[in-house]
Design a protein around this ligand. Structure first.
Ligand code: 13P
Ligand code: SF4
Length: 311
């Protein structure tokens, strides 16, 4: 319409003009994923942020992801479309409480999911994501005492898979905790040939129904390599965009959520706060930008470097 700007063309133009790179998570709306220079899971996005040669990193994801990019790139400007795009997992571990918890267990190695604040990473020995958590925990000596935070569901899954005991923080993802196992089983009865695949942030009853458990990148790879034709996908529904592009002939069904979920449709309202208009605004005004105090950054970066070494 007259007077309206072409957001996609303007974002592309501004990106070039400002030497910006546009990174997006798989849970972003399709329009954002389609326009981004790189779409990935938490690990791939942090690795990408470590290697990009740009003056500005425009991060369409949630706050902790942009913050991680800033920890790695103190001299680059890291901007995000909506500063209020948080994460229930990161919020479940306030830094002061986490510090007390860590200090009460000085003989423990602290392993923290990347879904956490910079302050929490500052009290962490090794950051992990759902892609590398099993591998990293397995790389530690068998008798190592471990604190795992903040996702108790991922923690329980790792304990089950590795046979280790870990001290868990009591946090969870609102989206993955909302999957309703009774509805899931009912849906599976209607699609008996479908395989259930799930993200390890889901609760154990959901994970027990799954033929495959993995990170967003793992789930995407699985549907491409596996020879089944139909899947019920228990993770945030944004992943279905890239999945369907990768396997256009296969049937992909989002796992059902409980009615009390904010949208009852397996969508993360934090991830969905980002829009093309906000992407355009933040690139145009280079605002909001993430800042991490240097003393916290210096303490936090070690745990991310350990993750890169062990991934
Ligand atoms: P991954 O992209 O690492 O699978 O994480 C999922 C998630 O919940 C990100 O917020
Ligand atoms: Fe956080 Fe869950 Fe949303 Fe990921 S899906 S950003 S873990 S609330």
């Amino acid at each position: 319409p007259v007077g309206e700007i072409d957001l996609k063309a303007e974002i592309t133009r501004l990106k070039k003009e400002k030497n910006a790179v546009f990174l997006a998570h798989y849970y972003q709306i399709p329009e954002i994923q389609d326009l981004a220079d790189f779409v990935g899971d938490s690990l791939a996005l942090s690795q990408k942020a470590a290697e990009v040669d740009a003056d500005i990193i425009l991060f369409a994801g949630v706050h902790f992801m942009a913050e991680t990019a800033k920890i790695i790139n103190p001299n680059k400007k890291v901007i995000l479309p909506d500063f209020k795009a948080g994460c229930s997992l990161a919020e479940s571990a306030p830094a002061d409480k986490f510090k007390e918890f860590v200090e009460a267990h000085p003989d423990h190695t602290v392993i923290t999911y990347i879904n956490s604040s910079a302050e929490v990473k500052a009290y962490t020995d090794i950051t992990v994501t759902s892609t590398n958590a099993l591998k990293i925990v397995n790389s530690l000596p068998k008798d190592e005492k471990i604190i795992f935070a903040p996702d108790k569901n991922l923690g329980k899954y790792i304990m089950k898979e590795t046979g280790r005991d870990m001290l868990l923080w009591d946090g969870a993802c609102v989206v993955h905790e909302a999957f309703a196992v009774d509805k899931l089983i009912e849906l599976h009865k209607q699609h008996p040939k479908a395989k259930i695949i799930a993200h390890p942030e889901s609760e154990m009853p959901v994970l027990k129904t799954a033929s495959y458990i993995g990170s967003t990148a793992g789930l995407l790879k699985y549907v491409q390599e596996d020879d089944n034709e139909e899947y019920i996908v228990a993770t945030e529904a944004g992943i279905l965009h890239k999945m369907q592009q990768a396997v256009p002939h296969k049937t992909l069904i989002p796992a059902p959520a409980n009615e009390d979920n904010t949208c009852a449709c397996s969508e993360c309202h934090f991830m969905k706060m980002n829009t093309l208009q906000k992407v355009y605004n933040c690139l145009k005004y280079e605002y909001p930008a993430v800042e991490v105090p240097e003393d916290i950054r210096l303490k936090a970066i070690g745990s991310i470097q350990r993750m890169f070494e062990l991934s």
